[in-house]
Design a protein around this ligand. Structure first.
Ligand SMILES: [Cu+2]
Length: 96
């Protein structure tokens, strides 16, 4: 029973990793960070998985800890997807 649980959680983890990896990395620039509201304003390039072309807009962030890694003016690479109907940043990192 324990073995089955481990096998199952491993399968779930790799499925989650795959879903994350399948999202394209998007170029953007941080305009505003709102830690309290868990939101970030990004000027972004094309987002093929959301069928969106470049614009400046507000995203929700999946994890507020992501907002500690970037600041306004940073050039970033990020992934975004629709989560519970809201456009959400799932990962983000500054580009040097
Ligand atoms: Cu947009």
């Amino acid at each position: 029973m324990k073995k089955l649980a481990i096998a199952l959680s491993t399968a779930l983890l790799s499925a989650a990793a795959f879903a994350q990896a399948a999202l394209p990395s998007i170029e953007g620039e941080v305009r505003k960070v709102d830690t309290d509201a868990k939101k970030i304003t990004l000027k972004h390039g094309d987002i093929p998985n959301l069928d969106m072309s470049g614009m400046t807009m507000v995203f929700r962030v999946k994890d507020p800890a992501l907002l500690t890694q970037v600041k306004p003016g940073d050039k970033v690479q990020f992934t975004a997807d629709k989560v519970d109907g809201a456009l959400t940043v799932l990962s983000i990192a500054p580009v040097n």
